[in-house]
Design a protein around this ligand. Structure first.
Ligand SMILES: [Zn+2]
Ligand SMILES: [Zn+2]
Length: 346
């Protein structure tokens, strides 16, 4: 397709990004072009916007930002077989190589040669975007575009909560940023019988309640461990989902797990941290599980079904909607933390 489109482009190494007119891209073999209906801001977008160490190492400039998306397919590249024009789609953001050991053994989400949409390729904060056919997810038409674009982080939450096999269990979620809040809703939908949420930000604690938390606590001003013990008949939780990457949350979250319980970690600490392996892990026979991204495409089937069948209400998490041009407002809100998920609409 000929013509120009608006896009949020990261041009320079350093903080910031620009809304610019750029060429509408042409889909190559195995790619499709979509007209973007809705996008949402991820924590990693904020890292790229602010240009932290991780962004500097991974992102080649200039590049269109963004990876969480829903839109309509308007053009197909050569050899595309499973997608047609007019399809309402979202995108998995892992772009796997397809031939490494992990890819060939059912673990494409931890591909050795992984590329990420909006990190290693041009992203979706634009009027149009290119998706790889392998990453296209067909949405049920009943799902609103705003919710559909959130399925990618919802997949992170699903993978994390799935690791805890939470049905009938008492669980702790440390960190109620957007993915932590989604995890609360997922844990509720999966049948966790008690959900304790630890989060310093009051605004986010309130959303956690709306998403189904039974108890929220402020780990800065309250004693997380003693509150967990008190609320689990003195045992500790069956499972901790660590969503913050905060050192204290990781250490306290692990201490909060009962003997024989488990803990999954999705949040990324900036630096190495120490944990008491002997007391908190080995003697308690605790199972510690790392989570990255989301399994392709198990989590998408679960996300799609939860949304289609109204088993998960995302509206408390979607706190703001801005036009693409106001992306800086969204980034500022993300940085301050008084928000859930922020939608950007072209
Ligand atoms: Zn994301
Ligand atoms: Zn691979």
């Amino acid at each position: 397709m000929e013509g120009k489109m608006k896009a949020i482009v990261k041009n320079n190494a350093g903080p910031g990004a620009e809304l610019m007119d750029v060429d509408i891209p042409t889909p190559g073999p195995g790619q499709v072009l979509i007209k973007v209906k809705s996008t949402s801001i991820c924590g990693s977008d904020l890292h790229i916007y602010k240009w932290n160490n991780w962004a500097e190492k991974n992102v080649k400039l200039p590049q269109i930002m963004g990876h969480e998306v829903a839109g309509k397919v308007i053009a197909l590249g050569e050899n595309v077989k499973s997608v047609k024009e007019g399809d309402f789609v979202s995108a998995e953001t892992h772009i796997p190589c397809g031939h490494c050991y992990q890819c060939k053994t059912g673990n494409r989400h931890i591909c050795e040669n992984m590329k990420i949409l909006g990190v290693h390729t041009d992203g979706v904060f634009a009027e149009y975007a290119i998706l790889e056919e392998v990453d296209v997810w067909h949405n049920d038409p009943s799902i609103p575009a705003e919710s559909a674009s959130i399925q990618e982080p919802l997949g992170n939450a699903i993978d994390t909560i799935r690791a805890g096999d939470v049905t009938g269990k008492e669980i702790l979620i440390t960190g109620a940023g957007p993915v932590g809040l989604l995890a609360v809703g997922v844990a509720r939908a999966f049948g966790a019988t008690k959900i304790i949420v630890s989060e310093p930000n009051e605004y986010r604690r309130k959303i956690a309640k709306k998403m189904g938390a039974d108890l929220t606590l402020d780990p800065i001003n309250e004693d997380l461990l003693s509150l967990v013990i008190k609320n689990t008949d003195g045992r500790g939780v069956d499972f901790t989902a660590e969503m913050s990457g905060n050192k204290n949350a990781i250490q306290q979250g692990l201490k909060s797990v009962r003997p024989g319980g488990s803990m999954a970690l999705l949040g990324l600490p900036d630096d190495p941290i120490s944990i008491d392996l002997t007391q908190d892990l080995i003697f308690k026979a605790v199972n510690l599980i790392g989570i990255t991204g989301r399994e392709m495409f198990k989590t998408w089937y679960i996300a799609g079904r939860l949304l289609k069948e109204n088993r998960l209400n995302l509206s408390p998490v979607i706190t703001h909607t801005f036009p693409l041009a106001d992306f800086e407002k969204g980034m500022k809100l993300m940085e301050e933390g008084n928000c859930g998920k922020i939608i950007l609409k072209p």
